[in-house]
Design a protein around this ligand. Sequence first.
Ligand code: NI
Length: 404
Amino acid sequence: MVTNHYAVLAEQIRDRAAQIYPEVIALRRDIHLHPELSYQEVRTTALITDYLIGLGITPEPPLLETGVIALIRGTGSSRTGRLVALRADIDALPLQEENQHSFCSLESGKMHACGHDMHTAMLLGAAKILSEIKDQLQGDVLLIFQPAEEIAPGGAKPYLDAGLFKHFNPTVIIGQHCFPNVPTGKVAMCKGSFMAATDELYFTVTGQGGHASAPHKAADPVLAAAHIITAVQHLVSRVVPPHQPAVVSIASIHGGHAPNVIPRQVTMSGTMRTMNEDLRSLLQEKLHQTVTNVAAGLGTQAEVEIRKGYPVLYNDPAVTDKAEIFCGEYLGSENVIQSEPIMTAEDFAYYLQECPGTFWQIGTGTPEDDKGNTLHSPTFNPEERALEIGSGLLAYAAGRLLVI
Ligand code: NI
């Protein structure tokens, strides 16, 4: 009886998602044409606001200068007091688009290359469907159109610091992200630690400059930098337990300007990725120790700055189990697959520290996706059919999570 009721609801939402698909494509392309960088999403905020008002949904007073928060109140006959939060990020990247399609970015050097235009359009589509079936919702749905996912400290933390969850007290939160390596039509789930904690590393090595023909009268920061880069490789291979994933990459190095001058200073930067907070703290401490001691051993001094980025994204196991079932009901269980943890980062992690939830990958891949169609690339080109799937799926998951 219950199963049948949800089968009917899924069918109803699938039909509606198919009907509004052209509208959701139009929204996505409009946002894609006009990408805005983190904290500058003024036009996108206005577009979201206008669309929601058109649906009869009045946005809540804004918590930040950009971004939109809105509530859909369910009027079902057996309300449960639950509140499901759905989140989309809305910012673009500083990247020049190189696609050939008809709706390429009109903004030079800016592009929706991480699919946040898709995320925003899918959540607007879900809002339309949910607003039409309010009488079947046994609780409320909070829509979070979050600014600034791409630049730390991100938009999630300021939202939480401003009291977003204290005010609305969500029972569960759901987010989804486009993934070109997941085929369109499928979603991928990962229980537990799914995405990495990220820390930016900045090292400055200072020595004594001098003539390159007389190194004994200098303290060479170039040589020290070379040893430091090699030495930090021992952290992952000799400090991290072999069964735990971690990354330390030195990605830039700058120093010197002439073949016969030993410079005074060399700067380096890089990234560190870990999957749990204990290991993160340990590696931060060991990095300090290794870099300063190696530099000192070679007669130079090193300053180490570690800028903390997003925390580990931890998908609540119980919610992920439920989501797997609901997504299976909506898409067919053969279309819900498992994902390995990945070492990229997401500020959705902050929401999950305060509220159980899950963040899944929505497939935007096509069979010919092998080259260039990766996140953050100038030719990222997600399959738009995911818009129909993603808007319906968010609406269905919200409706289902309000009951159980
Ligand atoms: Ni992204």
